[in-house]
Design a protein around this ligand. Structure first.
Ligand code: G6P
Length: 771
């Protein structure tokens, strides 16, 4: 049995639960007119009304005793003191430092971090003011008017929740958007009515490696550059980064001057008042942001200093333990009667569930009690017309947190009275219910009566404040943060790590590779294999339709076709071709050195390279036969300073010649390049080395064969090879490319002559569908 279950207070609660389970809130409230007064606590402008809980004084005594027995106060003090309470990552969890006034000190590893916090806040304020005052200009000289925050999890939910919650206080001349999902729809819809030259992207990511955020950030860059005629200088005017990872920010192309940092002791879901709050600060202005921080800090101080018995986060946390561990409640509903808090439940889901969804103790042993409940909710009164039925008459116990404000920010007629009346009435109905007798007394028939009964005895809290201000929001969020901490302390779990999100992420990388390499054999379980196979088929249709459907902003692509005697290059949208000499000693460094002066004035943001040799998983697998060394493992992206795709040269020309269906491409040059494209999926092949006569295909139809056999015989072999491959692969048509095609006087049926310029077209096409 776990140490927790053996605690005196835990055992006392187990016994006591049976007493309480038999009592009804109706009776508890009736028997004690002072209950509402006694079960009420206030702090930082918030009033917690917890009289409608299935508790009595005894329950509370045991719960507070449990908190003490579990060392809640010492654990809390350790967190505030900057100790490494995030044990599995060996980090402090010091979100409280983010809102600590500058005159105070909090040390991590002996260093006061408060000055650093305020230095970043100051820089954030400078940027926020520049934007709010129209001083920050986009690439066309127009002021920035749109802010798009790109982030996910803690780098999205806090910012979007805070913006929605405090929209009333925001600068309405600014348009705020939030993009999180890797589904491109999220980005497309967020920007569809925005002018790129008036839009600032905030790339928010603690790690700056998160797949969704990086993918969206690259799409944002493409979207901007398409409007800025590929001018890379525009990026500096339209991108800022919020992160702890300086190197990755620089690698993305955002200078550190436009990076707003934070620290590894800030957890993602605890980061909304770090630099991650930049969008909030821009929307509200620095003063209101500081007001919000003051609200956080006031609640921090309350949690740190108030006796447990009057401590709001502690009381709420312990009530949660009571239902989760002693009544088997599995969820908590959060029901704000305030439209501006519409994203608050979503925000709380990450805060509570990513923190306390844990199955082992800090020491690593399995827990034998329930931990973090499921949080969910919607603003009232909307929820009353959808899921409240189950809370009232379903078979589950669902404790509810009602959140309400005395004043509306948009007062009009009876609206606010009706809103608050509903909230209070719901709490009353849940607690008291309606007995069979009451139903019958209303004249309801015997058959119908059971359906109209409300069992009641459903617990709820009322969390009330005067007005939803930045200060009130800050203290509300801090209240839940510390509630989560309180519960983690009782359960003896680490609320600051999130290993549970890793496995899915890792598997997704493997699956995406398999999806994008459709011929890779699958070695998952049968269900996973089936799902991947289903999607491979589905995406073939998308690919086939892609040329017509494409609407992604175009890249400016530099296409390079590397051959044995020449390297040729062309820029998309520019018909001029440049050529440099190639040869047996050509290294990639030398190629770039020779190419650079010839293409100096060309502006591009992506490069395609047609490489005369085999590739494996988009990487060069072998140095080419006819060139120098050093091609394998060469970092082209670094050398060109942008994204680079390397593809087999025949495959690149094939792609440029492709007109749908099943196409076989044969490149007749020094060797025999081959590629096959089926419904838009390209498969480079090494058919050249298959046995033929006394050698291989290449020996007979390559340049050596032509020289050795004479053109006439060579021609006959070409026709023969074509016929053999036609029979084996059943293409709809064959395209012949490569320098030696010109030596063929006539072509067999179903065979077309490809234009060598198609190599460039293929290089451009490589960037058409995917970023
Ligand atoms: O801010 P980032 O490093 O991009 O992380 C964004 C989010 O992704 C992760 O998967 C974590 O589960 C979250 O805790 C985090 O907030």
């Amino acid at each position: 049995m776990s140490a927790l279950r053996e605690k005196t207070a835990w055992r006392a609660l187990e016994q006591h639960k049976d007493d309480i389970a038999q009592q009804h809130l109706r009776d508890l409230l009736a028997a004690d007119p002072g209950r509402a007064e006694r079960y009420r606590a206030e702090a930082v402008g918030w009033r917690l009304d917890y009289a409608r809980h299935r508790i009595d004084d005894q329950t509370l005594t045991h719960l507070f005793a449990l908190a003490r027995e579990c060392g809640l106060e010492a654990r809390r003090d350790a967190m505030f003191a900057g100790e490494k309470v995030n044990t599995t990552e060996q980090r402090a969890a010091l979100h409280v430092a983010l809102r600590t006034p500058s005159r105070k000190s909090i040390k991590v590893d002996g260093v006061n971090v408060v000055p650093d916090v305020h230095a970043v806040l100051k820089r954030m304020a400078e940027l926020a003011n520049a934007i709010r005052e129209g001083r920050w200009l986009g690439f066309s000289g127009r002021p920035i008017r749109n802010i798009v925050n790109i982030g996910i999890g803690g780098s999205d939910l806090g910012p979007v929740m805070a913006f929605e919650a405090l929209r009333h206080f925001s600068d309405r001349a600014l348009t705020m958007r939030f993009v999180s999902n890797v589904d491109y729809t999220d980005f497309a819809e967020a920007v569809h009515d925005l002018r790129p030259d008036e839009t600032l992207f905030i790339v928010a990511s603690k790690t700056f490696t998160t797949l969704e955020t990086m993918t969206n950030a690259h799409s944002a860059r493409d979207w901007l550059l398409a409007a800025a005629s590929g001018d890379e200088k525009a990026v500096a005017k339209h991108f800022v980064a919020l992160s702890t990872n300086e190197k990755a920010v620089e690698a993305f192309g955002i200078s550190t001057q436009q990076m707003y940092g934070f620290w590894d002791w800030v957890g993602g879901r605890y980061s909304m008042d770090s630099a991650i709050g930049l969008s909030t600060m821009i929307a509200l202005g620095p003063d209101a942001f500081h007001e919000m921080l003051a609200g956080f800090h006031a609640m921090d101080e309350h949690f740190r200093t108030a006796p447990l018995e009057r401590n709001l986060p502690v009381i709420m946390g312990l009530l949660g333990i009571w239902y989760t561990d002693f009544f088997g409640a599995e969820t908590v509903a959060v029901l704000p009667y305030e439209q501006y808090l519409k994203r608050f439940p979503a925000y709380l889901q990450q805060l509570t569930m990513e923190s306390n969804g844990k199955h082992v103790t800090i020491e690593g042993s399995a827990v034998d009690y329930a931990t973090g409940p499921i949080y969910w909710g919607e603003p009232g009164t909307n929820g009353q017309h959808s899921f409240y039925q189950l809370i009232h008459q379903g078979t589950r116990l669902i404790p509810c947190d009602f959140v309400g404000f005395g004043q509306s920010l948009n007062p009009s007629g009876r609206h606010h009275d009706l809103l608050l009346a509903n909230m209070i009435a719901q709490a009353e109905a849940l607690a008291l219910g309606k007995t069979l007798q009451q139903v019958k007394d209303e004249g309801i028939s015997d058959e119908l009566a059971p359906h109209r009964v409300f069992e009641g005895n459903r617990p709820s809290s009322l969390l009330l404040a005067e007005r939803l201000t930045p200060h009130a929001l800050g203290s509300l969020v801090a209240l839940y943060e510390h509630l989560v901490f309180t519960q983690a302390a009782i359960w003896d779990i680490n609320p600051f790590d999130q290993w549970g999100v890793e496995l899915g992420k890792q598997l997704a990388l493997r699956v995406v590779d398999e999806i994008e390499s459709p011929r890779k054999p699958l070695h998952h379980d049968s269900a996973t294999n089936a799902a991947i196979t289903w999607y491979r088929k589905a995406r073939r249709k998308t690919e086939a339709a892609a040329p017509a459907a494409k609407e992604k902003p175009a890249h400016r692509v530099l296409a390079i076709d590397i051959g044995g005697s020449h390297v040729k290059a062309m820029l998309s949208g520019n018909p001029r071709e440049v050529e440099i000499k190639s040869g047996r000693t050509l290294t990639p460094e030398a190629m770039i050195k020779l190419l650079r002066p010839a293409i100096r004035s060309w502006k591009y943001d992506a490069v395609s390279i047609g490489y005369p040799g085999p590739l494996l998983h988009d990487r060069i697998a072998r140095d080419p036969h006819n060139l120098g060394k050093g091609w394998m493992g060469f970092d082209f992206a670094k050398a060109f300073g942008c994204k680079v795709k390397v593809i087999n040269d025949a495959a690149m020309q094939a792609l440029g010649s492709y007109e749908g269906g099943r196409m076989l491409f044969l490149g007749l040059g020094t060797g025999l390049g081959t590629a096959f494209i089926v419904d838009g999926i390209i498969e480079p092949m090494e058919l050249a080395h298959l046995p033929y006569k006394k050698g291989t295909f290449e020996d007979y139809v390559g340049t050596r064969g032509m020289k050795h056999l004479g053109k006439k015989k060579w021609h006959a072999h070409v026709v023969d090879v074509i016929e053999q491959l036609k029979a084996a692969l059943e293409p709809d048509y064959i395209v012949l490319g490569g320098g030696n095609v010109r030596h063929l006087p006539e072509l067999p049926e179903g065979v077309r002559r490809g234009d060598n310029k198609n190599a460039f077209k293929g290089g451009f096409r490589l960037w058409e569908n995917k970023a």
